[in-house]
Structure formats: structure tokens, C-alpha cells
Design a protein around this ligand. Structure first.
Ligand code: PRP
Length: 182
């Protein structure tokens, strides 16, 4: 057992369950992007593990780019004011953009990204998110495709962190309250 697994009260989605959903998401994207070569954007850092698995499961050729946005700071809830920490390296003008997120929570990050990228002239914009947490939504926005819907629990693993830790757990687990209420 991994040391950090003990900090989870339970496993919500196993590595196998995640892999099966990633495959389905990739098939959905392959159908949508037939004949296209989109720019796949990983919104760092949370989406990086999902992104790497997703693009490798896709048959569609993609170009890859990365953007770092931050909304949580060191806490457990969104500040509602995502900031660009690192921008894309290439232009999205006239391109099909596939935005890959780990979670849509309040929705502020997604709204900001949609405004930003459509302002830069993206031809189309598709959002795939590993997780959807609709109970916490503050703005009316959602991903075009979500692998899992989750309740209002503090989850970590498969890219998701608490205070920059737990991202490399291969599953998604619910963090014990005593860890973040210390
Ligand atoms: C998380 C997550 C999303 C965003 C979603 O990023 O990766 O980008 O929050 O929250 P929202 O819907 O409330 O805007 P975070 O700022 O925690 O950075 P990280 O990806 O580096 O963990």
C-alpha cells in the first residue's frame, strides 16, 4: 500500500475504472474530430495525468500545448479568480481547440478559458473534464464531456492535489477530513 493511500477515507474511482472512462472519452473525441488535428490543451497542473492518458488513447492526431491556471492557492476551495500563471506557446487562431480539465468545480476557470481562447480566434472549442462537481457551480458552464460526476467531497489523486500533494496516486480517493482540517 502506498503511504498516501492511508490519508484517503475511501477510493472513489479505481485506476481500472478511470482507464475505462478515459477510453470512452477518447472514442467520443475521435468521432468528433474525424479529419481534424486539434490543439489539445492541458490546464496544468491538475489535468496532466488525465491529459497524457487521454491523448494516448485517442487515434486522432493532436498537437499538445499547456497552460497553467491557478484558482485554489493552498486551500480547499476555489477563490473564483483564476490567474494565468503560464500561457500557451502557440497561437490558437483558426484552430480546433480541445481543452482538457481535471475538474469543473465553481466553473470560473472554464468561463475564463472560454473567453480567453475564443477571443484569440479559436475555430472550435471542446471541453473534456475528468470530473464534474455540479453541486459547487457558481457560474452556468459545463464541459462538453465529463467522465465522472462527483459530490461535494474533497478528492485527490490522478492529478488532483491537496496542497500540491497526492497528485501521483493512480486512483481518485476521498481525503480524510482530519488531513485538511489539521
Ligand atoms: C483546479 C482544476 C481546475 C480548476 C477548477 O485547478 O485543475 O483547473 O481548479 O475549479 P473551478 O471550476 O472552481 O474554477 P487549481 O487552481 O486547483 O490548480 P491545479 O490544477 O494546479 O491543481
Amino acid at each position: 500500500m502506498r503511504e498516501q493511500e492511508k490519508d484517503c477515507e475511501r477510493i472513489l474511482f479505481s485506476a481500472e475504472e478511470i482507464a475505462a472512462e478515459v477510453k470512452k472519452a477518447a472514442a467520443w473525441l475521435d468521432e468528433r474530430y474525424e479529419g481534424c488535428e486539434p490543439i489539445a490543451i492541458s490546464v496544468l497542473k491538475g489535468s496532466v495525468i488525465f491529459f497524457c492518458d487521454l491523448v494516448r488513447a485517442m487515434k486522432t492526431p493532436v498537437q499538445m500545448d499547456f497552460m497553467t491556471l491557478s484558482s485554489y492557492g493552498g486551500g480547499t476551495s476555489s477563490t473564483g479568480m483564476p490567474k494565468i500563471v503560464m500561457d500557451l506557446s502557440a497561437s490558437v487562431e483558426g484552430r480546433d481547440v480541445l481543452l482538457v480539465e481535471d475538474i469543473v468545480d465553481s466553473g470560473h476557470t472554464l468561463v475564463k478559458l472560454k473567453q480567453l481562447l475564443s477571443g484569440r480566434g479559436a475555430k472550435s472549442f471542446t471541453v473534456v473534464s475528468l470530473l464534474d462537481k455540479p453541486s459547487r457551480r457558481e457560474v452556468d458552464v459545463k464541459a462538453d464531456y465529463s467522465c465522472f460526476t462527483v459530490g461535494n467531497e474533497f478528492i485527490v489523486g490522478y492529478g488532483l492535489d491537496y496542497d500540491q500533494r497526492y497528485r501521483n496516486l493512480p486512483f481518485i480517493g476521498v481525503l480524510k477530513r482530519e488531513i485538511y482540517e489539521k
